[in-house]
Design a protein around this ligand. Structure first.
Ligand SMILES: *Cc1c(COP(=O)(O)O)cnc(C)c1O
Length: 418
């Protein structure tokens, strides 16, 4: 990583980069929203484009000196639309959260009703959590999952009919199953609502055509570009051509200021890379690894919500193991395995405690972890679960985790040793 000038001028800060690199190298990273960006994404995120202030769209900018940026944004548009088979895209969003806000700004008025998935059953903070400030401006109603851990589509349809929302949102942060996009989009159309899918977690799997795409069905499809898409920290929104103007206005000036051209350049690179065989094979392996690890954990007596996974993540319900989510997050962290605590459907525990953990496979799969290593990792997780307070066990597992990950470098040494 090229941080020579930072090292010279601010050794204290450079040391934090070194520490974080060492932490990432040593750790079995299984937070489902994380991925390791390819080197060109990092190059573009730190590129010269960061110096340019620009607002508006290509051909209609508010500042001079936009010719090259116009080429960049048009190239990114063409690649993104081709990759996802979309009619229109706006790639100015700073993140998945701001992508969602752009859609709200495009089509909603204060007081409008939104039907979305409950946060504690898989939804996202930006879909109507009272903790998110935007929720104050809308009226929120929610659907959820049934006893089987899968979305209760009949209940969703009934709520939609009764409540007549202006917008129906699907897409989630901790839902391990495929979503019946066609059905949800039809329910929205039948009750006169706009439909939106937030594919933040699964955009990489969608781009690689490893799971079905929501793009043909929904008026709007928003996304983060981190997570399985493995790109820069930013967002994007696709929509039907008839909503293009609304979306563009909802993005700027509706909800954002000047463009982050450097992350737009990173996204532009990823729109090309995501069409490659290499990325396809990676995404296939991510799902294979997730399904394999879920089955391994089941052999150790873990209760996997909904009985398994169709994507890159799983939710483990720890109630039969006598540990809480928070306890496991902390214990696994000490043991060199990074996960996050997670509310499980019908959880009685408080949100800062929880009864589960969420495990994602993107980052470890990128590093080369395959089935033989996952057998070991499942065993490590099981040993930590059986003795979450036993410092000797945690230290032993941490040693094994570090040994294991030494064989799977984060980046080539030539890149990380500057
Ligand atoms: C992560 C996530 C977001 C937010 O994305 P950021 O890029 O972190 O802002 C939005 N929606 C869903 C479903 C997510 O999982």
């Amino acid at each position: 990583m090229h941080i020579e000038e930072t090292r010279r001028t601010d050794p204290e800060l450079a040391a934090l980069v070194d520490e974080e690199l060492a932490r990432q190298e040593a750790c079995i990273e299984m937070i489902a929203s994380e991925s390791i960006v390819p080197i060109p994404v990092m190059e573009m995120s730190g590129s010269i484009f960061t110096n340019k202030t620009l607002e508006g769209l290509p051909g209609a900018r508010y500042q001079a000196g936009a010719e090259i940026a116009d080429k960049l944004e048009r190239l990114a548009w063409e690649r993104a639309k081709a990759l996802f088979g979309a009619e229109h895209v706006n790639i100015q969003s700073y993140s998945g959260s701001s992508a969602n806000h752009s859609v709200f700004a495009a089509i909603l008025e204060p007081g409008d009703k939104i039907l979305s998935m409950r946060l504690d059953q898989g939804g996202h903070l930006t879909h109507g959590s009272p903790a998110n400030w935007l929720s104050k401006f809308y009226h929120h109603v929610f659907y959820g999952v049934g006893e089987d851990g899968r979305i209760d589509y009949d209940a969703l349809e009934k709520i939609a009919r009764e409540e007549k929302p202006k917008l129906i949102i699907c897409g989630a942060s901790s839902y391990p199953r495929l979503i019946d996009y066609e059905r949800i989009a039809k329910i929205a159309a039948d009750c006169g609502a706009y439909s939106m899918c937030d594919m933040a977690h699964v955009a990489g799997l969608v781009a690689a055509k490893v799971i079905p795409s929501p793009i043909p069905y929904f008026d709007f499809v928003s996304s983060s570009t981190t997570k399985t898409f493995c790109s820069g920290r930013a967002g994007m929104v696709f929509c039907k051509e008839k909503y293009a103007k609304l979306l563009d206005r909802g993005t700027f000036p509706g909800s954002l200021g000047s463009i982050h051209l450097q992350t737009m350049a990173a996204k532009c690179w990823s729109f090309k890379y995501a069409a490659s065989q290499e990325f396809h094979d990676l995404m296939v392996q991510v799902v294979k690894n997730a399904q394999f690890l879920a089955a391994e954990l089941q052999k150790h007596g873990f209760d996997i919500v909904s009985g398994g996974t169709d994507n890159h993540l799983m939710v483990v319900d720890l109630r039969n193991k006598g540990v809480t989510g928070r306890q496991m997050q902390d214990a696994l962290d000490k043991a060199g395995i990074s996960v996050n605590k997670q509310v499980v459907p019908f959880d009685e525990a408080k949100p800062h405690i929880t009864s589960g953990i969420r495990i994602g496979l993107t980052a470890v799969t990128e590093r080369g972890i395959r089935e033989p290593e996952l057998v070991k990792i499942a065993d490590m997780i099981s040993r930590v679960t059986d003795a979450p307070e036993d410092e000797a066990v945690l230290a032993q597992v941490k040693k094994e985790a570090e040994e294991l990950m030494k064989n799977f470098p984060l980046y080539p040494a030539s890149f990380t040793c500057h």
